[in-house]
Ligand binder design. Structure first.
Ligand SMILES: [Zn+2]
Length: 324
């Protein structure tokens, strides 16, 4: 991470409103909300309104993506017909203007749910839990009035889940031969503007988002299972993963990462890593009992786990962006 200030060693405890967090998770897990659904538009409004009411600057980034037509899964290309469908999507963001430099740290989750062939998926853990952790972290940092070196920009990505049944079907079993996942994060990464001088490869947010230089990305995903176990994700920036694991030791006796072994997980951080932006994926990819199942419901999510993931994230943010 670029920067002139040394990390702050004081990390203030994140305020937590458990009633609000439960209400938010309930809203985010009431109904399935895959990309393109009526329900996901309601949730975009919900996220935006809650952050606006908290006094944060908010915005939407609406875009259209081509997705593989599910009717053609497993077939060969037919030159007489299109193999894709057009899908309207939107990313939602909220900015906490606590920074003094013209820079931004992104803290992100996806907010779409998985479209399941066998029936509705609610996806309270994937991705309600991480969406709520970020909402509550933004409230907490705002209320604690912490002074940071850069603005914090929370982003909720649309379309992380594949439209086809499996993550790689778009590339392997469909005539479109296209990536069919991480639509929202790829859209934002593609929208970043090169803004460094000749010697430094630096990326800035689109002007419509404010144009700040992007210092890094912290991604949360699937952080709500009972007895949260985070995965040491091996493609994440090593310095950021080491910091998160060190803070876990200090704050939670190392229970969150436990003895889990490093593994690579494909997620919304990849498009940012590919741009050279330091990125960290905090994902609970260990207990997969309810993953992409109709059983991924509100009742199965532990609010304690959601809170712990938000506290860990807030600590990483403060270590990275605090003043000496
Ligand atoms: Zn998922």
């Amino acid at each position: 991470m670029a920067g002139t200030c040394r990390p702050n060693h004081e990390v203030s405890k994140l305020p937590w409103n458990s009633d609000r967090a439960s209400k938010d998770l309930n809203e985010l897990s009431l109904e399935p909300h895959p990309m393109g659904s009526a329900r996901i538009k309601v949730l975009a409004d919900y996220l935006d309104t809650e952050m606006k009411n908290a006094g944060l600057e908010t915005g939407r980034d609406s875009f259209t993506s081509l997705v593989p037509d599910p009717d053609l899964l497993g077939l060969e290309a037919n030159p007489m017909r299109s193999v894709t469908l057009s899908m309207a999507m939107q990313n939602v963001y909220a900015k906490l203007k606590s920074g003094t430099d013209n820079c931004a740290l992104l803290v992100a989750s996806h907010y779409d749910s998985k479209r399941l062939p066998q029936g509705p998926s609610i996806d309270a853990n994937d991705s309600g839990s991480s969406s709520v952790a970020i909402l509550e972290m933004m409230h907490g940092l705002k209320n604690a009035n912490v002074k940071l070196r850069c603005h914090i920009v929370a982003v909720w990505f649309d379309g992380e889940e594949s439209y086809l049944p499996e993550w790689r079907d778009g590339q392997t079993r469909h005539p479109a031969r296209m990536i069919d996942n991480t639509y929202g994060s790829r859209h934002l990464a593609d929208s970043l503007q090169a803004c460094g001088d000749a010697n430094t490869k630096t990326w800035c947010l689109p002007q419509t988002w404010g144009g700040e230089r992007v210092e890094g990305l912290i991604l949360l995903d699937m952080v709500g299972m009972e007895n949260l176990r985070l995965t040491p994700e091996s493609r994440s920036a090593p310095a950021l993963m080491s910091l998160a694991m060190e803070l876990d030791k200090q704050m939670f006796s190392g229970q969150l990462f436990g003895n889990s072994s490093f593994k690579a997980v494909e997620d919304d951080h990849i498009p940012f890593l590919e741009k050279g932006i330091p990125s960290l994926d905090l994902i609970g990819f260990e207990n997969l009992d309810t993953w992409h199942q109709p059983t991924d419901t509100f009742e199965r999510v532990s609010m304690k786990s959601v809170q712990q993931s938000a506290e860990l994230t807030a600590a990483v943010v403060q270590k990275l962006l605090g003043f000496e």
